[in-house]
Write a protein that binds this ligand. Structure first.
Ligand code: 1CP
Length: 344
Protein backbone atom coordinates (compact mmCIF):
# COMPACT_ATOMS: atom_id res chain seq x y z
CA UNK A 1 0.00 0.00 0.00
CA UNK A 2 1.63 3.28 -1.05
CA UNK A 3 0.95 6.65 0.57
CA UNK A 4 -1.79 7.65 -1.84
CA UNK A 5 -3.62 4.33 -1.50
CA UNK A 6 -3.36 4.54 2.28
CA UNK A 7 -4.63 8.12 2.38
CA UNK A 8 -7.56 7.47 0.04
CA UNK A 9 -8.51 4.19 1.75
CA UNK A 10 -8.49 5.79 5.17
CA UNK A 11 -10.42 8.82 3.96
CA UNK A 12 -13.02 6.68 2.21
CA UNK A 13 -13.56 4.39 5.19
CA UNK A 14 -11.73 1.34 3.87
CA UNK A 15 -9.23 -0.91 5.64
CA UNK A 16 -5.71 0.42 6.19
CA UNK A 17 -2.49 -1.01 7.65
CA UNK A 18 -1.88 2.19 9.66
CA UNK A 19 -3.06 5.81 9.54
CA UNK A 20 -1.60 7.95 6.77
CA UNK A 21 0.59 10.82 7.99
CA UNK A 22 1.36 14.30 6.67
CA UNK A 23 2.11 17.57 8.47
CA UNK A 24 0.49 20.96 8.03
CA UNK A 25 3.01 23.41 6.53
CA UNK A 26 5.40 20.50 5.93
CA UNK A 27 7.24 22.41 3.17
CA UNK A 28 8.20 25.42 5.27
CA UNK A 29 11.15 27.28 6.72
CA UNK A 30 12.35 24.47 9.02
CA UNK A 31 13.77 22.74 5.91
CA UNK A 32 17.20 23.79 4.56
CA UNK A 33 16.16 23.20 0.93
CA UNK A 34 13.20 25.57 1.35
CA UNK A 35 15.41 28.24 2.90
CA UNK A 36 17.90 27.87 0.03
CA UNK A 37 15.13 28.33 -2.56
CA UNK A 38 13.77 31.36 -0.68
CA UNK A 39 17.24 32.92 -0.45
CA UNK A 40 17.10 33.28 -4.23
CA UNK A 41 13.38 33.67 -4.99
CA UNK A 42 10.55 35.69 -3.48
CA UNK A 43 7.57 33.95 -1.94
CA UNK A 44 5.24 34.73 -4.88
CA UNK A 45 7.94 33.70 -7.35
CA UNK A 46 7.99 30.24 -5.77
CA UNK A 47 4.18 30.01 -5.89
CA UNK A 48 4.06 31.08 -9.54
CA UNK A 49 6.88 28.86 -10.83
CA UNK A 50 5.66 25.23 -11.14
CA UNK A 51 9.25 23.87 -11.09
CA UNK A 52 10.12 25.70 -7.87
CA UNK A 53 6.82 25.04 -6.13
CA UNK A 54 7.09 21.34 -6.96
CA UNK A 55 10.69 21.27 -5.72
CA UNK A 56 9.76 22.68 -2.30
CA UNK A 57 6.61 20.51 -2.03
CA UNK A 58 8.70 17.37 -2.70
CA UNK A 59 11.49 18.11 -0.22
CA UNK A 60 9.66 16.88 2.91
CA UNK A 61 8.62 13.70 1.06
CA UNK A 62 12.24 12.91 0.31
CA UNK A 63 13.24 13.39 3.94
CA UNK A 64 10.39 11.81 5.89
CA UNK A 65 8.05 8.82 5.38
CA UNK A 66 5.00 10.99 4.63
CA UNK A 67 1.91 9.76 2.78
CA UNK A 68 0.70 13.03 1.28
CA UNK A 69 2.06 16.16 -0.37
CA UNK A 70 0.47 19.59 -0.04
CA UNK A 71 0.73 21.97 -2.95
CA UNK A 72 2.89 25.01 -2.29
CA UNK A 73 0.78 28.16 -2.15
CA UNK A 74 -0.77 30.39 0.51
CA UNK A 75 -4.27 31.13 1.72
CA UNK A 76 -3.77 34.82 0.84
CA UNK A 77 -3.75 34.15 -2.92
CA UNK A 78 -7.52 34.80 -2.87
CA UNK A 79 -7.37 38.33 -1.40
CA UNK A 80 -4.50 39.02 -3.79
CA UNK A 81 -6.51 37.87 -6.82
CA UNK A 82 -9.42 40.04 -5.63
CA UNK A 83 -7.12 43.05 -5.91
CA UNK A 84 -5.85 43.55 -2.36
CA UNK A 85 -2.13 44.29 -1.96
CA UNK A 86 -0.70 41.23 -0.21
CA UNK A 87 2.98 41.30 0.75
CA UNK A 88 5.06 38.92 2.82
CA UNK A 89 7.57 40.85 4.88
CA UNK A 90 10.09 39.13 7.06
CA UNK A 91 9.11 38.34 10.62
CA UNK A 92 5.78 39.95 11.40
CA UNK A 93 3.58 38.03 8.95
CA UNK A 94 1.80 39.15 5.80
CA UNK A 95 0.44 42.66 5.19
CA UNK A 96 -2.78 43.28 3.28
CA UNK A 97 -2.99 46.73 1.74
CA UNK A 98 -6.32 48.27 0.66
CA UNK A 99 -8.13 46.54 3.57
CA UNK A 100 -11.90 46.08 3.62
CA UNK A 101 -13.56 48.75 5.75
CA UNK A 102 -16.59 50.00 3.76
CA UNK A 103 -19.14 48.83 1.20
CA UNK A 104 -17.20 50.76 -1.45
CA UNK A 105 -14.09 48.68 -0.63
CA UNK A 106 -16.07 45.48 -1.19
CA UNK A 107 -17.57 46.86 -4.40
CA UNK A 108 -13.99 47.44 -5.59
CA UNK A 109 -13.07 43.75 -5.29
CA UNK A 110 -12.39 42.33 -8.71
CA UNK A 111 -14.32 39.07 -9.00
CA UNK A 112 -14.37 39.07 -12.81
CA UNK A 113 -12.03 36.41 -14.21
CA UNK A 114 -10.80 35.61 -10.71
CA UNK A 115 -9.92 32.02 -11.54
CA UNK A 116 -7.81 33.16 -14.50
CA UNK A 117 -5.58 35.11 -12.12
CA UNK A 118 -5.30 31.99 -9.93
CA UNK A 119 -4.36 29.58 -12.73
CA UNK A 120 -0.84 29.25 -11.33
CA UNK A 121 -2.28 27.13 -8.52
CA UNK A 122 -4.03 24.40 -10.57
CA UNK A 123 -0.93 24.52 -12.78
CA UNK A 124 1.27 23.84 -9.71
CA UNK A 125 -1.07 20.99 -8.73
CA UNK A 126 -0.73 19.42 -12.20
CA UNK A 127 3.04 19.72 -12.14
CA UNK A 128 3.32 18.23 -8.66
CA UNK A 129 0.87 15.46 -9.58
CA UNK A 130 2.99 14.49 -12.60
CA UNK A 131 6.11 14.35 -10.39
CA UNK A 132 4.40 12.16 -7.78
CA UNK A 133 3.04 9.60 -10.26
CA UNK A 134 0.48 8.42 -7.72
CA UNK A 135 3.02 7.60 -4.98
CA UNK A 136 1.57 10.09 -2.50
CA UNK A 137 -1.83 11.66 -2.03
CA UNK A 138 -1.98 15.29 -3.04
CA UNK A 139 -3.75 17.93 -1.02
CA UNK A 140 -4.96 21.27 -2.29
CA UNK A 141 -6.16 24.03 0.00
CA UNK A 142 -7.73 27.42 0.52
CA UNK A 143 -8.39 29.74 3.43
CA UNK A 144 -11.79 29.41 5.09
CA UNK A 145 -13.96 32.50 4.55
CA UNK A 146 -13.79 33.86 8.11
CA UNK A 147 -9.98 33.58 8.21
CA UNK A 148 -9.63 35.31 4.83
CA UNK A 149 -12.12 37.97 5.96
CA UNK A 150 -10.01 38.49 9.09
CA UNK A 151 -6.86 39.31 7.10
CA UNK A 152 -8.80 41.41 4.56
CA UNK A 153 -10.40 43.61 7.24
CA UNK A 154 -7.50 43.78 9.70
CA UNK A 155 -4.94 44.48 6.97
CA UNK A 156 -2.52 41.90 8.30
CA UNK A 157 -2.05 39.52 11.17
CA UNK A 158 -3.16 40.27 14.71
CA UNK A 159 -3.56 38.64 18.12
CA UNK A 160 -7.25 39.40 18.44
CA UNK A 161 -8.41 40.51 14.97
CA UNK A 162 -10.51 43.20 16.58
CA UNK A 163 -11.59 45.02 13.41
CA UNK A 164 -13.14 42.01 11.62
CA UNK A 165 -14.83 40.80 14.81
CA UNK A 166 -16.35 44.23 15.42
CA UNK A 167 -17.47 44.44 11.79
CA UNK A 168 -19.53 41.25 12.20
CA UNK A 169 -21.71 43.18 14.65
CA UNK A 170 -21.44 46.73 13.37
CA UNK A 171 -21.95 45.96 9.68
CA UNK A 172 -23.36 42.43 9.54
CA UNK A 173 -24.71 42.80 5.99
CA UNK A 174 -21.35 43.98 4.67
CA UNK A 175 -19.59 41.16 6.56
CA UNK A 176 -21.96 38.54 5.17
CA UNK A 177 -21.55 39.84 1.62
CA UNK A 178 -17.74 39.73 1.95
CA UNK A 179 -17.86 36.23 3.46
CA UNK A 180 -20.06 35.03 0.58
CA UNK A 181 -17.67 36.50 -2.01
CA UNK A 182 -14.70 34.84 -0.30
CA UNK A 183 -16.61 31.55 -0.10
CA UNK A 184 -17.37 31.57 -3.83
CA UNK A 185 -13.73 32.34 -4.62
CA UNK A 186 -12.55 29.51 -2.34
CA UNK A 187 -15.04 27.04 -3.86
CA UNK A 188 -13.92 27.88 -7.37
CA UNK A 189 -10.25 27.61 -6.44
CA UNK A 190 -10.73 24.28 -4.63
CA UNK A 191 -12.68 22.81 -7.53
CA UNK A 192 -9.90 23.91 -9.90
CA UNK A 193 -7.29 22.16 -7.73
CA UNK A 194 -9.40 18.99 -7.54
CA UNK A 195 -9.93 19.06 -11.31
CA UNK A 196 -6.16 19.45 -11.74
CA UNK A 197 -5.48 16.27 -9.74
CA UNK A 198 -5.69 17.04 -6.02
CA UNK A 199 -7.09 14.04 -4.11
CA UNK A 200 -8.51 16.10 -1.26
CA UNK A 201 -8.66 19.72 -0.18
CA UNK A 202 -8.32 21.38 3.20
CA UNK A 203 -9.95 24.60 4.37
CA UNK A 204 -7.78 26.45 6.88
CA UNK A 205 -9.84 28.34 9.44
CA UNK A 206 -6.87 29.49 11.47
CA UNK A 207 -8.74 32.29 13.23
CA UNK A 208 -12.21 30.72 13.47
CA UNK A 209 -11.55 29.78 17.10
CA UNK A 210 -11.66 33.48 18.04
CA UNK A 211 -15.42 33.43 17.54
CA UNK A 212 -18.03 32.46 20.12
CA UNK A 213 -20.30 29.58 19.06
CA UNK A 214 -23.23 31.87 18.18
CA UNK A 215 -20.96 34.05 16.02
CA UNK A 216 -19.44 31.04 14.29
CA UNK A 217 -22.91 29.69 13.61
CA UNK A 218 -24.23 32.97 12.26
CA UNK A 219 -21.28 34.08 10.10
CA UNK A 220 -18.62 31.42 9.54
CA UNK A 221 -20.77 28.30 9.08
CA UNK A 222 -23.08 29.60 6.30
CA UNK A 223 -19.99 30.63 4.33
CA UNK A 224 -18.40 27.19 4.85
CA UNK A 225 -21.66 25.55 3.81
CA UNK A 226 -21.68 27.70 0.69
CA UNK A 227 -18.31 26.17 -0.21
CA UNK A 228 -19.12 22.54 0.56
CA UNK A 229 -22.38 22.85 -1.40
CA UNK A 230 -20.20 23.63 -4.43
CA UNK A 231 -17.85 20.70 -3.69
CA UNK A 232 -20.42 17.94 -3.39
CA UNK A 233 -18.97 14.44 -3.37
CA UNK A 234 -15.36 15.65 -3.11
CA UNK A 235 -12.98 15.07 -0.18
CA UNK A 236 -12.94 18.14 2.09
CA UNK A 237 -11.14 18.57 5.41
CA UNK A 238 -11.84 21.54 7.68
CA UNK A 239 -9.23 22.77 10.15
CA UNK A 240 -10.41 25.19 12.84
CA UNK A 241 -7.60 26.32 15.07
CA UNK A 242 -8.72 26.74 18.68
CA UNK A 243 -12.06 25.20 17.75
CA UNK A 244 -12.78 22.88 20.68
CA UNK A 245 -15.80 24.95 21.72
CA UNK A 246 -17.07 24.87 18.14
CA UNK A 247 -16.87 21.08 17.75
CA UNK A 248 -20.67 20.53 18.06
CA UNK A 249 -21.20 22.97 15.15
CA UNK A 250 -18.68 21.54 12.70
CA UNK A 251 -20.97 18.75 11.51
CA UNK A 252 -23.09 21.45 9.85
CA UNK A 253 -20.16 22.66 7.74
CA UNK A 254 -20.67 19.87 5.21
CA UNK A 255 -16.98 18.87 5.37
CA UNK A 256 -16.21 15.15 5.29
CA UNK A 257 -13.46 15.47 7.88
CA UNK A 258 -12.11 17.70 10.60
CA UNK A 259 -8.53 18.53 11.39
CA UNK A 260 -8.30 18.91 15.16
CA UNK A 261 -5.98 21.23 16.98
CA UNK A 262 -4.00 19.94 19.97
CA UNK A 263 -6.52 21.29 22.49
CA UNK A 264 -9.34 19.14 21.16
CA UNK A 265 -9.17 15.59 22.58
CA UNK A 266 -9.21 13.14 19.68
CA UNK A 267 -11.43 10.63 21.53
CA UNK A 268 -14.03 13.32 22.27
CA UNK A 269 -14.19 14.29 18.59
CA UNK A 270 -14.48 10.61 17.61
CA UNK A 271 -17.34 10.04 20.04
CA UNK A 272 -19.20 12.98 18.50
CA UNK A 273 -18.33 12.17 14.89
CA UNK A 274 -18.07 8.39 14.46
CA UNK A 275 -18.30 8.54 10.64
CA UNK A 276 -16.19 11.59 9.80
CA UNK A 277 -12.53 11.61 8.93
CA UNK A 278 -10.53 12.96 11.87
CA UNK A 279 -7.06 14.39 11.45
CA UNK A 280 -4.55 15.66 13.96
CA UNK A 281 -3.46 16.57 16.46
CA UNK A 282 0.04 16.56 17.97
CA UNK A 283 0.98 19.96 19.41
CA UNK A 284 3.67 21.39 17.07
CA UNK A 285 5.43 22.88 20.12
CA UNK A 286 6.06 19.36 21.45
CA UNK A 287 8.44 18.78 18.54
CA UNK A 288 10.87 20.97 20.50
CA UNK A 289 10.59 18.68 23.57
CA UNK A 290 12.76 15.57 24.11
CA UNK A 291 12.19 12.97 21.39
CA UNK A 292 10.60 10.51 23.80
CA UNK A 293 7.81 13.04 24.41
CA UNK A 294 7.10 13.13 20.67
CA UNK A 295 7.03 9.33 20.50
CA UNK A 296 4.77 9.01 23.55
CA UNK A 297 2.33 11.70 22.40
CA UNK A 298 2.12 10.15 18.93
CA UNK A 299 1.65 6.66 20.42
CA UNK A 300 -1.21 8.00 22.57
CA UNK A 301 -2.83 9.47 19.46
CA UNK A 302 -2.48 6.15 17.62
CA UNK A 303 -4.13 4.47 20.57
CA UNK A 304 -7.15 6.78 20.20
CA UNK A 305 -7.19 6.07 16.46
CA UNK A 306 -7.56 2.32 17.07
CA UNK A 307 -11.25 2.68 17.93
CA UNK A 308 -11.90 2.63 14.14
CA UNK A 309 -8.91 0.38 13.26
CA UNK A 310 -7.22 3.54 11.91
CA UNK A 311 -9.77 4.01 9.18
CA UNK A 312 -11.05 7.59 8.74
CA UNK A 313 -7.95 8.72 10.69
CA UNK A 314 -5.05 10.86 9.47
CA UNK A 315 -2.05 11.51 11.69
CA UNK A 316 -0.92 15.14 11.61
CA UNK A 317 -0.01 18.07 13.82
CA UNK A 318 -2.59 20.25 15.56
CA UNK A 319 -1.32 23.31 13.64
CA UNK A 320 1.43 24.11 11.14
CA UNK A 321 4.98 23.04 11.82
CA UNK A 322 7.04 25.86 13.32
CA UNK A 323 10.23 27.35 11.88
CA UNK A 324 13.22 25.90 13.74
CA UNK A 325 11.56 22.54 14.40
CA UNK A 326 14.27 19.85 14.67
CA UNK A 327 14.10 17.40 11.76
CA UNK A 328 14.86 14.57 14.20
CA UNK A 329 11.55 15.26 15.96
CA UNK A 330 9.66 15.19 12.65
CA UNK A 331 11.36 11.88 11.90
CA UNK A 332 10.38 10.52 15.34
CA UNK A 333 6.73 11.46 14.82
CA UNK A 334 6.56 9.91 11.33
CA UNK A 335 8.41 6.75 12.36
CA UNK A 336 6.07 6.21 15.31
CA UNK A 337 3.12 6.30 12.89
CA UNK A 338 4.89 4.04 10.37
CA UNK A 339 5.48 1.50 13.16
CA UNK A 340 1.91 1.81 14.47
CA UNK A 341 1.23 -1.89 14.21
CA UNK A 342 4.60 -3.03 15.53
CA UNK A 343 4.04 -1.13 18.80
CA UNK A 344 0.54 -2.49 19.36
O1 1CP B 1 3.81 22.98 3.32
C1 1CP B 1 3.55 24.17 3.19
O2 1CP B 1 4.22 25.09 3.69
C2 1CP B 1 2.36 24.42 2.33
C3 1CP B 1 2.05 25.76 1.96
C4 1CP B 1 1.37 26.74 2.93
C5 1CP B 1 0.14 26.63 3.58
C6 1CP B 1 -0.73 25.40 3.73
C7 1CP B 1 1.85 28.05 3.13
C8 1CP B 1 3.14 28.58 2.63
N1 1CP B 1 0.90 28.75 3.80
C9 1CP B 1 -0.15 27.91 4.12
C10 1CP B 1 -1.40 28.24 4.81
C11 1CP B 1 -1.51 29.50 5.58
N2 1CP B 1 -0.98 30.74 5.30
C12 1CP B 1 -2.33 29.64 6.73
C13 1CP B 1 -3.17 28.54 7.30
C14 1CP B 1 -2.39 27.57 8.09
C15 1CP B 1 -1.81 28.05 9.37
O3 1CP B 1 -2.56 28.56 10.21
O4 1CP B 1 -0.61 27.86 9.56
C16 1CP B 1 -2.22 30.96 7.18
C17 1CP B 1 -2.89 31.58 8.39
C18 1CP B 1 -1.39 31.66 6.26
C19 1CP B 1 -1.05 33.10 6.30
C20 1CP B 1 0.42 33.24 6.35
N3 1CP B 1 1.23 33.17 5.24
C21 1CP B 1 1.25 33.34 7.48
C22 1CP B 1 0.76 33.36 8.93
C23 1CP B 1 0.66 34.78 9.40
C24 1CP B 1 -0.04 34.92 10.72
O5 1CP B 1 -1.09 35.57 10.72
O6 1CP B 1 0.47 34.42 11.72
C25 1CP B 1 2.57 33.38 7.03
C26 1CP B 1 3.80 33.54 7.85
C27 1CP B 1 2.53 33.27 5.61
C28 1CP B 1 3.67 33.18 4.66
C29 1CP B 1 3.98 31.78 4.27
N4 1CP B 1 3.09 30.92 3.61
C30 1CP B 1 3.73 29.72 3.36
C31 1CP B 1 5.05 29.83 3.86
C32 1CP B 1 6.08 28.74 3.77
C33 1CP B 1 5.20 31.11 4.42
C34 1CP B 1 6.45 31.69 5.01
C35 1CP B 1 7.07 32.54 3.97
C36 1CP B 1 8.54 32.50 4.02
O7 1CP B 1 9.11 33.05 4.97
O8 1CP B 1 9.16 31.93 3.12
Amino acid sequence: MNGRERFLSSFDGKTVDRPPVWLMRQAGRYLPGYRAVRAKAGFWDVCHDPELSTKVALEPLARFPLDAAIVFSDILVIPQALGLDVTFGTGDGPRVGKPLRTRADLDGWNTQGLIDRLQFLPRAVKHLSAALKGSHAMIGFAGAPFTLFSYCVEGGSSDDFRLPRVMLHQEPKLAEAALATLADAAAELLNAQLDAGADAVQLFDTWGGLLAPDEYEKFALPALRRITDQLKGRRVLLFVRGGHHLLPLLGDSGAGGFSLDWRTPFAEARARYPNHVLQGNVDPVLLFAPEQVVRDRTAALLNDMRSTQYTRCIANLGHGILPGTPETAVEALCQTVVNANASR
